[in-house]
Design a protein around this ligand. Structure first.
Ligand SMILES: Cc1cc2nc3c(=O)[nH]c(=O)nc-3n(C[C@H](O)[C@H](O)[C@H](O)COP(=O)(O)OP(=O)(O)OC[C@H]3O[C@@H](n4cnc5c(N)ncnc54)[C@H](O)[C@@H]3O)c2cc1C
Ligand code: SF4
Length: 330
């Protein structure tokens, strides 16, 4: 591990000023469960770590409009256990609990979870080329190890998936990321927060330079209290998803009135399944309709040699989860 300096910030302004002093080579440190691993692997090389975990940004509270604001330094365990989250957004609590381990969730924070980097094996191996880590060096994953990489939304230059479980229900329910930098406060809809890799996959998000995430806000949603998160992984615990879904359904007399679907581990961003949602609203929730909706979403998929299994996996996950929600509603 390379030498670095360490400072603990006692206010948001101090944290922003410390970061700005180091001309892009400083990083905020929250729980450290991803950043410190990447430093040990020589993938991240900050010269200064600014600890933000002691800032008073860990409140979880109702907003004036009946939504929920989750402070950026709230620990993942505290978010998953909070009564407001469990009652109004159970898919969020389920997604967090489905990730990592108890010890990691006690340490990891909301902001850090959203900004954790891909688990593509070439990205985390500093001896290999990788366009995301070393722009222009190539993407060995295309012809190499890609069994858990993207089938949707990728580019020629990068096919990495976003690893966060937490971000998937946030995408389903139109969450907003709040951030601050020297230019002031920023409000970024989650739908715009994660970038398509395109020709420059090195930047994962649209977070402005030097910005600190201060909170994530979930708007009020009549559907969300009935929401679920389902995750498929290669072993029963302590593993990243190979496919996941956050979903909620309003069905009346077997007709879908409203639906939210987002998918995880299939794209560089949590993937909002707009095509599937459009295919369901106003239709009877039959097995055929659910399958057609899944196929509508997957029509744009571009699987590679070793990840085509994700197409039937995601189709089955959508059908099974929405069937479960339909049965629960009847
Ligand atoms: C073994 C293992 C298994 C895991 N399994 C899963 C899993 O199944 N599902 C899952 O979703 N996750 C999983 N994780 C990832 C884990 O959830 C993340 O490591 C964690 O959420 C990161 O949070 P952190 O607070 O520790 O972030 P840090 O490591 O401190 O920071 C991560 C990044 O975010 C930046 N950052 C942090 N906070 C802010 C902020 N407020 N504003 C701006 N930038 C900020 C940092 O500069 C850094 O670049 C796993 C991790 C490990 C080690
Ligand atoms: S998929 Fe992306 S992260 Fe993985 S090797 Fe290719 S460029 Fe790097």
């Amino acid at each position: 591990m390379r030498e670095f300096s360490y400072r603990s910030a006692d206010s948001v302004d101090t944290a922003l000023a410390l970061l700005a002093e180091h001309n892009g080579s400083a990083r905020f440190l929250a729980g450290g469960t991803n950043l410190v691993d990447l430093m040990k692997l020589d993938v991240a090389r900050p010269t200064l770590l600014v600890n933000v975990s002691g800032l008073s940004l860990d409140e979880i509270a109702e907003t004036d409009d009946g939504g929920i604001r989750i402070g950026a330094t709230a620990r993942n365990s505290d978010v998953a256990a909070h009564p407001l989250i469990r009652e109004r957004y159970p898919a969020v609590a389920q997604a967090i609990v489905a990730g990592a381990s108890g010890q990691l969730r006690n340490q990891a924070t909301v902001g850090g979870n959203l900004l954790q980097r891909t688990r593509c094996v070439y990205f985390t191996d500093a001896t290999k080329p990788c366009n995301k880590r070393d722009p222009g060096s190539g993407c060995p994953a295309r012809d190499g190890e890609h069994h858990n990489l993207a089938i949707l939304g990728a580019s020629e230059q990068c096919i990495a998936t976003n690893p966060s479980d937490f971000a998937v229900p946030l995408a389903a329910f139109d969450a907003v990321v709040r951030a601050r930098n020297a230019d002031g406060d920023h409000e970024i809809p989650l739908a715009d927060f994660y970038r398509s890799p395109g020709d420059d996959p090195e930047r994962d998000t649209t977070l402005p330079a030097g910005a600190l995430i201060t909170a994530v806000e979930l708007p009020p949603s009549p559907l969300a209290p009935g929401s679920v998160y389902r995750k498929v992984r290669e072993r029963a615990s302590y593993a990243f998803a190979i496919g996941s879904i956050a979903a909620a359904l309003d069905v009346h007399d077997d007709v879908v009135r409203d639906v939210r679907i987002a998918l995880g581990a299939v794209a560089p961003m949590p993937w909002r399944a707009h095509a599937a949602e459009r295919a369901l609203v106003g239709r009877h929730a039959t097995p055929e309709t659910l399958r057609d909706a899944a196929d509508a979403e997957l029509a744009e998929a571009h699987p590679l040699r070793d990840n085509a299994y994700k197409i039937p996996l995601i189709r089955n996950l959508i059908v099974r989860t929405l069937t479960e929600l339909t049965e629960a509603a009847s």
